[in-house]
Ligand binder design. Structure first.
Ligand code: PGA
Length: 262
């Protein structure tokens, strides 16, 4: 099955609302000369902004066919959870994606595998596409524990999805982001990233079957930039990239889109 490539920007805690609209206008300008024929080979484009920047960002992004996503959400529909945001709240602002379980959230906000799994189910249940992040620390990699760590993180999500045949698990996106490669300028080799991406797909296949495994998109993340994105995308099981730093400038984001076009 041909999976649609995805280029997703993770803006983390960067950009005011004004700055995000400036980005969207610049991106629209950069992509304005593109022919329809050429646009067909481009990956699906997405930016995940802070909650405060989400209102009013969907429309300016539409000019460059770029989707909008959030960077987190709470698993409850509503309730006494001070400072949290629900799935309905981000959907209302035009989000079609949500990043879940980013390593920074796992590390600084103590998000557990179980919590990430719960959020994933809620997102799918509400027709939102979750980008579930998994990845090993440097210590885990050096101790040879990479596959064990990834399998545990992915397994927690699949265990929950297995219980719910009615949700469209095909929509799931999993981003493999080695923690030691995030924001460090170090990347996994494309071969190492493919080994993990393939193992993730095998695990999905074992738990949810061939059809879901064929449809699920696996992204690589960690110091992706215009110069190296094509290398990762040349691998059979890598369907796109989740990009932090290099997604903050419209020119760099657009160059990554160009460099990952088919
Ligand atoms: P980076 O971040 O591209 O700046 O390494 C990736 C991420 O954290 O998603």
């Amino acid at each position: 099955m041909a999976r649609t490539r995805l280029l997703a920007g993770n803006w983390k805690m960067h950009k005011t609302r004004t700055e995000t609209v400036e980005f969207a206008e610049k991106l629209a300008h950069l992509s304005s000369g593109m022919t329809t024929e050429k646009a067909k080979g481009y990956p699906e484009l997405l930016v995940c902004a802070t909650f405060t920047a989400l209102p009013g960002l969907m429309e300016p992004l539409q000019k460059s066919n770029t989707g909008l996503g959030a960077q987190n959400m709470h698993e409850a529909d509503h309730g006494a959870y001070t400072g949290e945001v629900s799935v309905a709240m981000i959907k209302e602002l035009g989000c079609t994606y949500v990043i879940l379980g980013h390593s920074e959230r796992r590390m600084y906000f103590a998000e557990s595998d179980a919590a990430v799994a719960k959020k994933t189910l809620v997102a799918l249940d509400h027709q939102l596409t979750p980008i579930v992040c998994v990845g090993e620390s440097l210590e885990e990699r050096e101790n040879g524990d990479t596959s064990k760590r990834i399998a545990a993180q992915v397994g927690a999500v699949l265990d929950v999805l297995k219980t719910r045949q009615d949700v469209v698990s095909e929509r799931l996106v999993i981003a493999y982001e080695p923690i030691w490669a995030i924001g460090t300028g170090r990347t996994a080799s494309k071969e190492d990233a493919e080994v993990v991406a393939k193992a993730i797909r095998e695990q999905v296949k074992a738990e949810l079957g061939d059809h879901v495994a064929d449809a699920v998109r696996v992204l690589y993340g960690g110091s992706v930039k215009p110069e190296n994105i094509a290398d990762f995308l040349s691998e059979a099981d890598i369907d796109g990239a989740l990009v932090g730093g290099a997604s903050l400038e419209a020119e760099s984001f657009f160059r990554m889109a160009q460099n990952s076009a088919l």
